[in-house]
Design a protein around this ligand. Structure first.
Ligand SMILES: Cc1cc2nc3c(=O)[nH]c(=O)nc-3n(C[C@H](O)[C@H](O)[C@H](O)COP(=O)(O)O)c2cc1C
Length: 179
């Protein structure tokens, strides 16, 4: 088992594709193969030293899941397991997918919801990301310091920036993870 676990929620597969890119760039020695969050339980997550968790925002600023009209269960159904979880001692980095043009007032809100839930578990959050280069009206993923709670990728409007953003963020979180 590697030190880093990668878990994602998705409806149409983009967040899975990004998880695979992250895994490829980190390599087998550092990170295990990404898994859909609807196929694991909290014990699987808490067995890692470090976690990378990804989510799209769906519905109206929601986490993916049946309530957001997704095809399968996802983060929304997993969230209750985080309620009683103790992830202290684990470092967690988050990434979120969203669409800043069509959902400008609720851009990557799901990332903000996931951040709040993970904060409650006592885990150490890393991977904050500057909000420069995105145009939107509002986002629940913005922290008090003006940064996003994790890496933000807009596959609908800025997919050409994925490689550069991913490379920069992975360098950053590797330093924060100490790997
Ligand atoms: C029905 C629907 C609702 C969406 N709602 C939001 C939203 O509220 N905020 C946002 O930033 N993006 C929203 N998006 C954009 C998705 O987050 C984006 O397309 C993402 O890449 C999808 O990821 P997936 O392929 O992993 O499901 C929505 C997309 C769809 C199709």
């Amino acid at each position: 088992m590697a030190d880093i676990g990668i878990f994602f929620g998705t409806d149409t597969g983009t967040t899975r594709k990004i998880a695979k890119m992250i895994h490829k760039q980190l390599g087998e020695d550092l990170a295990d193969k990404p898994l859909n969050i609807n196929r694991v339980d909290i014990d699987t997550l808490s067995s890692y030293k470090m976690l990378i968790l990804g989510t799209p925002t769906l519905g109206e600023g929601q986490l993916p899941g049946l309530a957001a009209d997704c095809q399968a269960e996802s983060w929304d159904e997993f969230l209750p397991q985080l309620d009683d979880a103790d992830l202290s001692g684990i470092k967690v980095a988050l990434y979120g997918l969203g669409d800043q043009v069509n959902y400008s007032s609720e851009f990557v809100d799901g990332l903000g919801e996931l951040y709040d839930a993970i904060c409650e578990t006592g885990a150490e959050l890393v991977g904050e990301w500057p909000a420069d280069g995105y145009e939107f009206d509002d986002s629940a993923a913005l922290l008090d310091n003006g940064k996003f709670a994790g890496l933000v990728l807009d596959n609908d409007n800025q997919s050409e920036l994925h490689s550069e953003r991913l490379a920069g963020w992975l360098e950053q979180i590797k330093a924060e993870f100490g790997v």
